[in-house]
Design a protein around this ligand. Structure first.
Ligand SMILES: Cc1cc2nc3c(=O)[nH]c(=O)nc-3n(C[C@H](O)[C@H](O)[C@H](O)COP(=O)(O)OP(=O)(O)OC[C@H]3O[C@@H](n4cnc5c(N)ncnc54)[C@H](O)[C@@H]3O)c2cc1C
Length: 469
């Protein structure tokens, strides 16, 4: 049989399992799913499948196993490292399984403070359903209107509220996963304590679609914060910001919920891209921080705390209403968009011990300047978590120019990250973009263990082949 006939046989089977409308083959409808968010990677697939329930996923996977069809699980396709893009030249036929049509809210349990959902719900849907019950789901990403909970789980997403609430791994009580052999791992419980041997769900959180398809999840909910103190201030040196963070944590304990930073070049990109919503300050660094507060909050004490470390309260912009709070957050959320609109840059999503960040920057930035004297540094991110988006670009650079710079730039950045005890992938994962660096910097014994796990679960290497490992 020719490959065309094989494809037609596969498609007929997929239509039988999912229904005609849930198997997309028209190129114009497929194209957005075959290219990543940053438009760096493109692949191909014989179809995009939109199953409506777990049983359909089981049937698709069993068929794919039998026919050796490779699968790329996909959520909102907002991965910044090409994790959800199929390969360009894979030998086996490939399909994408997108969970957009599995977006039911199954239960909000107010007593247990949890929500059980299908994995295709967008993050924003979950935030909204929680709020409608006077509860709170804290994961917050600029991509929240598009990314899906399945994708958030598969990438162990972080975002701006990690300081208080943790990453997706910390926010998850239970999972249902369809494994590469078509079995369902049932772990979708609501328990906060469950020490029945290993916590299997944690293997799949952060697995980037390589070990199965996450179909349902039960997530923790929290009381809605009563109020916020959201403020922005210019700082010259990171040490001032880190001293402030330390003081805030001591004084307000676990109520420091966000602590974000934006470097001067990123501020310039923002002002160019959004001239109607210019920044209130420009400085070496802009700090955006938030406390969760209640009726007992005393502004005078807060001001005294600022003064105690030499910060002039007149330099601090405090949001006085919800609109101002939203506007401050929009600035932070629009930084990656401003950068994307400006052109390509070599991007890194790194983390470091807080006390090493300044030294890391002082070491790596001059080295990068030597490579490209006119280069700009777009550095922003979740300072409170030690997580920087550390991007280096050249004005007007094309993708090809940037790729030419990438190897040399990333080698310097990642080697310095490792030298200072950091991680080359803080919250966005590995995907295609960081595969070579992941292999380079992961101890060989750890790699072997991960490869053993992958081989055991997916011996035919059908799930997101050639990513990560
Ligand atoms: C503007 C912008 C801002 C962002 N900000 C942040 C941020 O602050 N913090 C952060 O952590 N990330 C951030 N991201 C990255 C991205 O949004 C997250 O990684 C998100 O969790 C991906 O979800 P998704 O549904 O889009 O997944 P996709 O991009 O579709 O997929 C990501 C990975 O998950 C796998 N996958 C998807 N669904 C499933 C499933 N159901 N089962 C198994 N595997 C699956 C895919 O195969 C792939 O490996 C940002 C992205 C953008 C575009």
């Amino acid at each position: 049989m020719s490959s065309h006939n094989f494809t037609e046989t596969h498609l007929a089977k997929f239509r039988e399992i999912c229904g005609n409308n849930n198997v997309v083959t028209k190129p114009e409808l497929m194209s957005a799913h075959l290219t990543d968010w940053r438009k760096r990677y493109s692949g191909n697939a014989i179809a995009i499948l939109f199953p409506e329930n777990t049983s359909q996923i089981v049937a698709i996977i069993k068929y794919c196993q039998h026919q050796k069809v490779a699968i790329t699980p996909q959520g909102g396709n907002t991965s910044t490292c090409g994790a959800a893009t199929p390969l360009a030249n894979h030998t086996a036929p490939q399909i994408i399984i997108n969970l957009a049509r599995m977006n039911k809210v199954i239960e909000v349990d107010r007593v247990n403070s949890s929500v059980t959902i299908e994995a295709g719900c967008t993050l924003q849907m979950v935030q909204e359903i929680a709020a409608s019950h006077n509860l709170y789901f804290p994961l917050t990403l600029a991509s929240q209107g598009t990314c899906q909970i399945g994708g958030n789980l598969a990438t162990n997403a972080g975002g701006t509220q990690v300081l208080k609430y943790g990453m997706m791994r910390d926010l998850t009580l239970g999972l249902e996963v369809v494994l590469p052999n078509g079995n369902i791992m049932q772990n979708n419980h609501k328990l906060r304590k469950n020490n029945t041997y290993l916590d299997l769900k944690q293997i799949f959180i952060g697995s980037e679609g390589t070990l199965g398809i996450i179909t349902r999840a039960t997530l923790k909910l929290f009381p809605l914060p009563v109020n916020y103190l959201t403020f922005m201030l210019p700082v010259e040196k990171l040490v001032t910001a880190l001293t402030l963070l330390e003081k805030l944590k001591h004084y307000y304990l676990n109520n420091v919920s966000a602590f974000e930073i934006i470097k001067d070049d990123s501020q310039k990109l923002y002002n160019q891209q959004f001239p109607d919503a210019k920044l209130p300050f420009t400085a070496n660094w802009l700090l955006l921080a938030e406390l969760e507060i209640n009726a007992d909050f005393n502004l005078d004490n807060f001001i005294s705390l600022l003064e105690s470390i030499g910060i002039n309260p007149d330099d601090v912009l405090i949001a006085s209403n919800d609109k101002q709070r939203r506007d401050l957050w929009l600035i932070r959320e629009h930084i990656p968009l401003a950068e994307k609109a400006y052109g390509y840059a070599v991007k890194h999503d790194i983390s470091l011990p807080l006390g090493k960040i300044e030294e890391f920057l002082a070491t790596s930035m001059p080295k990068l300047r030597k490579i490209e004297a006119d280069g700009y540094f777009s550095i922003f991110g979740h300072l409170g978590d030690g997580n920087l988006h550390y991007n280096f670009g050249k004005k007007g650079a094309s993708l090809t120019d940037t790729e030419a710079l990438e190897e040399q730039v990333s080698q310097i950045v990642y080697q310095d990250v490792i030298n200072f005890g950091g991680s080359i992938a803080a919250e966005h994962g590995i995907g295609i973009a960081k595969k070579q660096w992941f292999k380079k910097y992961t101890p060989v014994e750890n790699l072997e263990l991960l490869q053993t796990l992958k081989k055991q679960l997916d011996p035919l290497n059908l799930f997101n082949p050639s990513k990560i490992l």
